[in-house]
Design a protein. Structure first.
Length: 144
């Protein structure tokens, strides 16, 4: 391989490496279709955090959609939203709504820039949807 050919291909190689790095970290994507905002939220696999348990506290009625960094499945009837300020908020659904449908990611269609309990729904990629019944603030605590 000649030096000039290598230099000509170098930008393409660097671009491919950057694209692979970007694909390894799923991010919340915002899509606007006919004045309707749709957020695609990636679900992160359960991390093997060593000795942390999450204590539930009273949560907000609404959370800003701009602060959502991702989500994690936390049980059969709820999903944890990971926020940019490194906090967690748990969205609880009806007991007849399985959160396992959201394992591959989900969509949010808020009416405004906020996601509110008893108003907004979480839509799975396979077509089902669940209404958010309430939010719970999660506080980390080391297990004893």
């Amino acid at each position: 391989m000649t030096v000039s050919l290598f230099l000509a291909l170098l930008p393409a190689l660097l671009g491919m490496a950057a694209a692979q790095d970007a694909q390894s970290q799923p991010v919340v994507r915002r899509l606007v279709v006919r004045d309707e905002v749709i957020l695609k939220v990636p679900v992160r696999p359960r991390a093997g955090l060593p000795a942390i348990e999450w204590l539930e506290r009273k949560g907000p009625k609404c959370i800003g959609t701009g602060g959502i960094r991702g989500a994690a499945l936390a049980g059969s009837e709820h999903v944890d939203f990971l926020l940019f300020d490194r906090s967690r908020v748990r969205a609880e659904f009806d007991e007849d709504c399985p959160a396992l449908d959201f394992y591959g990611g989900f969509y949010l269609k808020p009416e405004d820039e906020r996601l509110c309990a008893r108003r907004d729904f979480v839509h799975s990629r396979v077509g089902s949807s669940c209404r958010i019944e309430r939010f719970r603030q999660l506080v980390p605590r080391l297990k004893r």
